[in-house]
Design a protein around this ligand. Sequence first.
Ligand code: CMC
Length: 433
Amino acid sequence: MTPSDVKATLSFSDGSPSVELPIYKGTVGPDVIDIRKLYGQTGKFTYDPGFMSTASCNSKITYIDGDKGELLYRGYPIEQLAGKCDHLETCYLLLKGELPNAKQKEDFVNTVMNHTMVHEQLQFFMRGFRRDAHPMAVLTGLVGGMSAFYHDAMDIDDPQQREISAIRLIAKMPTLVAMAYKYNIGQPYIYPQNDLSYSGNFLRMMFGTPCAPYHVNPVLERALDRIFILHADHEQNASTSTVRLAGSSGTNPFAAIAAGVACLWGPAHGGANEAALKMLEEIGSVDHINEFIKQVKDKNSGVRLMGFGHRVYKNYDPRAKLMRETCHEVLNELGLHNDPLFKLAMELEKIALEDEYFVSRKLYPNVDFYSGIVQRALGIPTSLFTCIFALARTPGWISQWEEMITDPEYKIGRPRQLFNGASSRDVPDMAKR
Ligand code: CMC
């Protein structure tokens, strides 16, 4: 960390001595005030629920400039990665810090694709779930369950074992997601085919059957790959922070990632694309947009425009632009260019972007606004959208976990609290309660 020449001084109105706090500079982005010694020096904590002003770690992986609408993985703009690289190159970049050359890429692809199969016993584990269980419930269980199957590589202090676990997670997530889907619809699981691309293989495991050959459509394969790239990492969001916090106790990576999957499930995070698509279906037609926007603006209605707004982006989410482009490509390829939901989404976006409520709060479309339409066109059922997000986010989670484990300043995460409950009191006898 680079110290800044500037120091922060915190003073108190009750006459207690003021404290000087060091400031560090990042490569880009806001400086941070180091408050680690604050409690020791003053006996006071800072209060920041929701981490509105708190950097929970230092990281070299992903940078977001929310005002500019910029997203960089290891310094590379998301637009260039989505245009020039495939998902496994992006995974390599996130994990190792640099893009692979041709030989490194070939080796990495071979390694990942050689780990796509899951332990056969996982099928029987899956059978314990109800067929109508939400696929995210199944996925949370399966990812956590992986720790029961791959204990040959659970020593988190061994870099090689950590690397094998990272590869296993990236390689097996598509297999698990496809299995959860097939189980849900009552079709046989399709084993991976390792000479296909990462995304092509996933499409085949999802939509192939043992009765007929499956041909991967290259436009759909590319679109899916792009969905994966756009979701691969997003700095210290809720699920990534969950992975770091869970991992900070020294738990194994499968358990830490399972915690991330569980966190991602919520509608304010990974569940938003599912919620955005449901919202579009409920609005139903362009004629109902104004009525819907009225409800969104009414604070008592509890209705939000799903796929809009972001804690960090106060400008157009760059992923949303790319996703809108992909949406066009997929709908054209499938002859769905007149898709009513896509038209409705574009009209809704246009109206919201001109409306004072959204303009004044800097609410712009986020990645989830269009990703649901793309996934629906690909044939992915709505209930599986968050699983696709989890699959795509796995390289980000595991890279952030690796970065944390190897950080010399790594400590178990242990937030403190402002206690507002009862102070010490005696337990009354039953008759007096
Ligand atoms: N629709 C209507 N009003 C909104 C919305 C929305 N989608 N998002 C924020 N607002 C309003 C909110 O009511 C508040 O207004 P006021 O200042 O009058 O009280 C103001 O904007 C600030 O909102 P906030 O809830 O304090 O902002 P936040 O940073 O805590 O929330 C968010 C960020 C993503 C949870 C929120 O924008 C939201 O709920 N969006 C809809 C869900 C969604 O699309 N989530 C996907 C996020 S992107 C995927 C990812 O990276 O995980």
